[in-house]
Design a protein around this ligand. Sequence first.
Ligand code: DC
Length: 248
Amino acid sequence: MTSTHFVVTIDGPAAAGKSTTARAVASALGFLYVDTGALYRALALKGLESGVRLENPEALAALLDSTRVDLSGTPDAVHVWLDGADVGERIRTPEVSEASSRMAAFPAVRARLVELQRSLASHGALVAEGRDLGTVVYPDAEVKLYLDADLPTRARRRARELESRGIPMSLEQVTEELERRDQRDRTRPDSPLQAATGAIVLDTSGWSIEQQIERVLDIVRGHPSRPESGPEERAAGGSQGVGASENT
Ligand code: DC
């Protein structure tokens, strides 16, 4: 495990290929992989299941105080824990996507999860992906990226991914879902989705996922203060944990 502090942030709208890219880069370089969306999704699942009224500040605070969210595993096999149960699959439904975006607009929720995300940077080199990583969570990150792609490209990617999870949805439905969520994520007052100052913006429409990964790897490898490549650098399949543990 590398212990040098080095942070790569990948922000961008839904289904821009952030997760696939971040996982592959973390795996190849032996960095920690932090899927921040999974934290919002896990909290949203709890909110949905407990029927809590998010607009009620006391109810929201009680939910945050009584919920524990963890990440563990490797970049290729991330486990997402909600109160001790692995919810990795259950947080990928369209209902949870929508609920996580709504939940993410509440400053109390963001404050709690940002604290958890920052604590991870002390673990060494990491690649973190989400919406506000270069702007808010890790403003001093060594490499900041903003991955984008046009809506039809992103909708096709997300529809394929949902299909592979056994959740078939029409392209029209997926397109609407992405548009609604992006609009909310871009316009919320607290930590809206936007490219960080100094971020490298990549429009990946028309790129293959391999091209996308190669381009990002080139950028990270080209950074002068990247941790020494050594035995920890892997072609694929990292063995580094992504442990995050916090009472939320
Ligand atoms: O990356 P994702 O689609 O799994 O994220 C789900 C939702 O969580 C997204 O619509 C907005 C929210 N989110 C956020 O507000 N900030 C982050 N850093 C990550 C996700």
